[in-house]
Design a protein around this ligand. Structure first.
Ligand SMILES: NC(=O)C1=CN([C@@H]2O[C@H](COP(=O)(O)OP(=O)(O)OC[C@H]3O[C@@H](n4cnc5c(N)ncnc54)[C@H](OP(=O)(O)O)[C@@H]3O)[C@@H](O)[C@H]2O)C=CC1
Ligand SMILES: CC(C)(CO)C(=O)C(=O)O
Length: 297
């Protein structure tokens, strides 16, 4: 079974490192056209030099599973580029934070098995050709279109080998909401205060963390899913501790003057709150503050 990984970002390179360590056959589809060596440091501080042979889209016919670990705002363009080179049997695994893009992907690939996955494993890319694994987490995945028992089994086994522990969900949307609730806290707060995830354990942040979780739980429940604000706070603190040395992906985006995924995280919560006639002032404020930082950049 052959795997293709789109992009050589932090999570894409983490999947490369794990594939290399597991002797999993993989290829990288990258905008970087030159072959390079990835200098990766794993969670145990072991260093690995991994030769990366890049492919363009032509050899894609060999590939069974395509993992797309790109930013939420890059997904539609990436799938549009992939589509002419894909056949209907290839499974696409979406691996991103935030919500609100899956329907567009389903419309672009109406025949392909599509899996949505979310991870709390953490990685940092200090420069183009290096990677540091900064936190151990978990993965959740499940079908969002064209379910197929064989590929479900293959994808679950593959992601379990690469990003364990993995949980397969028959209702992945609930798991995506659970992860969104975590990102709605960690990502904007670390970007605004310019801190590592672990610093959110300090007393000064507890009140705003509770407020964000209360608003998010209200929206999740009103949208027909389940959330308890105290459980959300517990989940946030568990990931804060497990990824304490990480700079969140939003911190990294703002720091590198890139667009952030705020529209797909706190922005999505605000959008769904509006549909349910709920007020979410804390999420709205975070949305505005991150937008201001993006504009300042
Ligand atoms: N970093 C982390 O610790 C975690 C991140 N996540 C989530 O995972 C997702 C990926 O994050 P992360 O790895 O940090 O993001 P990065 O920005 O580091 O990586 C995305 C990569 O994809 C490349 N890319 C985008 N579009 C295309 C395309 N059409 N063709 C080829 N390459 C493309 C980008 O290239 P270019 O630079 O040229 O745009 C970039 O190298 C996000 O949703 C993030 O929120 C989840 C858990 C933890
Ligand atoms: C798990 C966490 C919070 C790790 O930083 C993440 O998802 C992100 O940075 O986007």
């Amino acid at each position: 079974m052959k795997l293709a990984i789109v992009g050589n970002g932090a999570i894409g390179n983490l999947v490369v490192l794990k594939s290399y360590l597991q002797h999993q056959d993989f290829a990288v589809i990258s905008r970087t056209k030159q072959t390079f060596t990835l200098a990766a440091t794993d969670i145990h501080q072991q260093k690995h030099n991994i030769p990366i042979s890049l492919i363009d889209y032509r050899p894609l016919h060999d590939v069974n599973i395509i993992i797309l670990p790109v930013k939420a705002y890059q997904i539609v363009t990436a799938v549009t580029e992939l589509k002419p080179h894909m056949n209907n049997d290839q499974t696409l695994v979406l691996l991103h934070n935030g919500m609100g893009v899956i329907e567009a992907v389903k419309a672009l690939l109406p025949q392909n098995p599509i899996i949505a996955a979310t991870t709390s494993h953490a990685a940092y890319k200090p420069n183009m050709h290096s990677l540091v694994e900064t936190g151990l987490g978990a993965c959740h995945l499940g079908y969002v279109a064209n379910e197929n028992e064989i590929t479900a089994h293959q994808c679950n086994a593959l992601l379990t080998a690469l990003l364990a522990p993995c949980t397969w969900h028959t209702n992945i949307e609930q798991a995506l909401w659970d992860k969104l609730a975590v990102n709605a806290v960690i990502n904007p707060l670390t970007a605004i205060h310019k801190i590592k995830n672990g610093q959110l354990a300090l007393g000064q942040y507890q009140s705003i963390i509770t407020d964000i979780c209360r608003e998010t739980a209200n929206v999740i429940n009103a949208s027909g899913f389940n959330a308890d604000d105290r459980v959300l706070v517990h989940n946030v603190m568990q990931i804060v501790n497990a990824t304490s040395e990480n700079y969140s992906s939003m911190y990294q985006d703002i720091n590198h003057q890139r667009p952030s995924e705020i529209a797909f995280i706190n922005g999505y919560i605000c959008q769904e709150a509006k549909k349910q006639a709920l007020k979410v002032p804390v999420n709205q404020d975070l949305f505005k503050r991150i937008r201001a930082l993006e504009e300042y950049n």
